[in-house]
Write a protein of this length. Structure first.
Lengths: 205, 205
DNA sequence: TAGATTGTTAATCGATTAACAATC
DNA sequence: TAGATTGTTAATCGATTAACAATC
């Protein structure tokens, strides 16, 4: 199979999102209509899908339920993934309570902290453990993904601990470019950068 | 000036982030070293900067403090922007308490909600008001940016209200493609899509 | 001066869009 | 059948990378 751009994967995810949102109202949809909802080019939508197979009927379009099913499978959302949340600050607590994650099969199984006041308690019925115990607990809970929501100063060191415990998939909310070997996939969510992007255009409006 | 790619703006923001993180330790830095920290090509860094002028010294590199100053100015971070937060759920509360925003000059001035239990109170010393009053309050507080963190079902209607009140810059956390006239700039933060991207590669590992 | 590094143009690469035969 | 829409190849477009003269 040809190498698939990471942007394609992100778009597939947005197609799925849009399909969820219309699934109550529509049974079938054409690439043209779906692309319009998403504000993109229908050719791109079809091209993205074509990397993975044929999902529509010529002259008709796509069955919404079928395409949802196919996309979930392509994206690995037909499985359950176990997640470790690192950092139980404001953002960590919000992420922990966020329904969107569990609905998609991402389950937060354990929380890591270094604040003695938080360690040993539970949050949302999830154990809050000391950073020190990461290694063993990653195995115990069969964690595949780590979510980083700690202060900037702690992030790099913690990321290395996580890497050494065997984790290779990280969702990073810390405004810092984390340095790990290239076999580790890191997706960065830089919220301030998004605002900054708005700021740039605001200043030139 | 040549049209500047939006990706360039996002990268400039990441350069600034990296410079903040090293500003305590280094006085000068070359494009080569800075690019290495960021995991990108130094040519790209120089190219991105070249859209806006000359910021380094040949044979030497860039003064960290100077480049920070220049980037802040380019990105409009030398100004204060007033923000309205819509939705005081888990995510809304986290965003409201997030230091990263205010540090960069993004000040949340008012919060909008439709839950009668929340309306009329204060959160972090910020007024929580009814959606109904958006129009007038946007003017009163001189708001430039709206942050959307409401349930999916309310987002489109609310976005239209915001648009009609004159806002043209939106940071959207709702997993929905919001449809507004093209003179409105919307940056989407789809947190689930980021996890989904990890899921895709996990499933194929 | 010699070495280093910028700013910028040119070359390459990849992604998006257009076009259209296949087919429902 | 005629109209619609897919799947896919080819053309275009833009972004990234390479290269190098300018210059500190």
């Amino acid at each position: 199979m040809k190498r698939i751009p990471q942007d394609t994967i992100l778009r597939l995810s947005s197609y799925l999102m849009a399909l969820f949102n219309i699934s109550g109202e529509m049974h079938e949809i054409s690439s043209y209509r779906l692309a319009k909802i998403l504000g993109i080019n229908p050719n791109q939508l079809r091209k993205d899908l074509s990397y993975f197979g044929k999902f529509g009927r010529r002259g008709v379009g796509y069955k919404v339920e079928d395409l949802i099913y196919s996309l979930k499978k392509i994206l690995g959302l037909d499985k359950i993934w176990n997640v470790a949340l690192c950092g139980l600050g404001n953002l960590g607590r919000a992420l922990c309570s966020y329904k969107g994650f569990s609905e998609q099969g991402f389950l937060i199984k354990v929380i890591f902290e270094n604040d003695p006041k938080k360690i040993g308690r539970k949050f949302n019925n999830i154990e809050v453990l000391d950073y020190k115990h990461i290694e063993g607990k990653i195995q115990k809970y069969n964690i595949q993904i780590a979510v980083l929501a700690v202060p900037v100063g702690q992030a790099q060191e913690l990321a290395e601990k996580i890497y050494n415990s065997g984790i290779r998939f990280i969702l990073n909310f810390v405004p810092l470019n984390i340095n790990l070997p290239s076999d580790c996939l890191i997706r960065n969510v830089y919220m301030s950068s998004e605002l900054t992007c708005l700021s740039y255009f605001l200043a030139r409006r």
